[in-house]
Design a protein around this ligand. Structure first.
Ligand code: TYD
Length: 130
């Protein structure tokens, strides 16, 4: 399945916290065209419920805990974003659900393309056909 955990490079200090960073095309396998973030989602709520035809994405959770469920139509995977330093690359053609395990969790998403509703597949049977 076309996904991968990427450990985000981090510079930690003893007393003044940490700084984590990544660069498009270097630490993640695409140039970043769009950034969005999702917040204010209640605990146990589920978002996602779609796949993308072309889009590549890199997800991380800088605060809280979010479970990501992936499905390529033949197999499934579950990834817990529970560290500021843990990133998830998601390739195209994967159905995804995101479940808010902890209230106030923030999901940040880097995307390889500008927003395009035509790139979405929002019906599971249509996804399987695709
Ligand atoms: P969607 O990707 O379906 O969010 P989620 O998977 O978290 O439920 O997007 C929700 C709405 O926001 C949908 O109407 C499309 C719109 N949207 C934009 O207009 N621009 C964007 O960059 C994104 C990601 C979504």
């Amino acid at each position: 399945m076309d996904f991968g955990i990427i450990n985000i490079k981090t510079i930690a200090t003893e007393k003044n916290g940490a700084l984590s960073y990544f660069e498009g095309g270097r630490d993640i396998p695409f140039a970043i065209k769009r950034v969005y973030y999702i917040y204010g989602v209640p605990c146990d709520a589920k978002r996602g419920g779609h796949a993308h035809k072309q889009l590549q994405q890199f997800l991380f959770c800088p605060h809280g805990k979010i479970q990501i469920k992936l499905d390529n139509g033949m197999s499934k995977a579950e990834i817990m974003l529970d560290s500021e330093q843990k990133g998830l690359f998601i390739g195209p053609r994967l159905w995804r659900d995101m479940i808010w395990i902890q209230t106030d969790s923030v999901l940040c998403v880097m995307a390889s393309e500008f927003y395009d509703e035509d790139d979405y597949i929002r019906d599971y049977n249509a996804f399987i056909d695709f």
